[in-house]
Design a protein around this ligand. Structure first.
Ligand SMILES: [Zn+2]
Length: 170
């Protein structure tokens, strides 16, 4: 019965409040609901009491230091967590896949070396084998595959742009 959480983008509790969006108090961006088990894994020990409160949402905006917030006003910033939030980091290591340890740098290196990237397929195979635990490892509390795929696309495009031939002057 437990369909992998990887496959789902489960949103709000069914029924009510579907139209009420959670807005990050710092950046004004939309938040995605996260489960308490994710919060408890991520928060530093001294913040567990706060992390245990229900109703936290994840802010994925890169420039926003808020990782989680509640509609009631409490926040957990990225420095309040045990892990680096890849979505909010620009310097290596930028973790993308928390279950199997892939970083943005690994993707960049593979593209540089081979011109392609097999990371999404490798993750998909691991997920299929039931080896993922996104809920407790990924700060987003859900599968990284969408983020990994978009990162690969972006890195491929920038690799192509970098390789574009410069006009020969001589
Ligand atoms: Zn925010």
């Amino acid at each position: 019965m437990p369909e992998s959480d990887c496959a789902s983008t489960k949103a709000y509790e069914p029924g009510r409040a579907k139209t009420v969006r959670a807005i990050c108090p710092r950046c004004g961006g939309p938040g995605a609901p996260v489960k308490t088990i994710t919060l408890k894994q991520m928060a530093l020990p001294e913040l567990l009491e706060l992390a245990n409160k229900p109703g936290f949402h994840f802010c994925g905006a890169r420039d926003c230091e808020v990782a989680y917030f509640r509609r009631e006003g409490e926040i957990l910033r990225k420095q309040d967590l045990r892990v680096r939030v890849g979505l909010k980091e620009t310097k290596d290591p930028v973790p993308l896949c928390y279950c199997f340890g892939f970083t943005e740098e690994m993707i960049r290196e593979e593209i540089r070396a081979t011109g392609e990237c097999t990371v999404p397929q490798r993750i998909a195979a691991e997920v299929k084998a039931g080896n993922c635990a996104c809920e407790i490892r990924n700060p987003q509390g859900r599968c990284c595959l969408g983020l990994v795929t978009s990162t690969v696309r972006r890195q491929m495009e920038s690799a192509i742009a970098t390789k574009a031939p410069h006009p020969q002057l001589f």
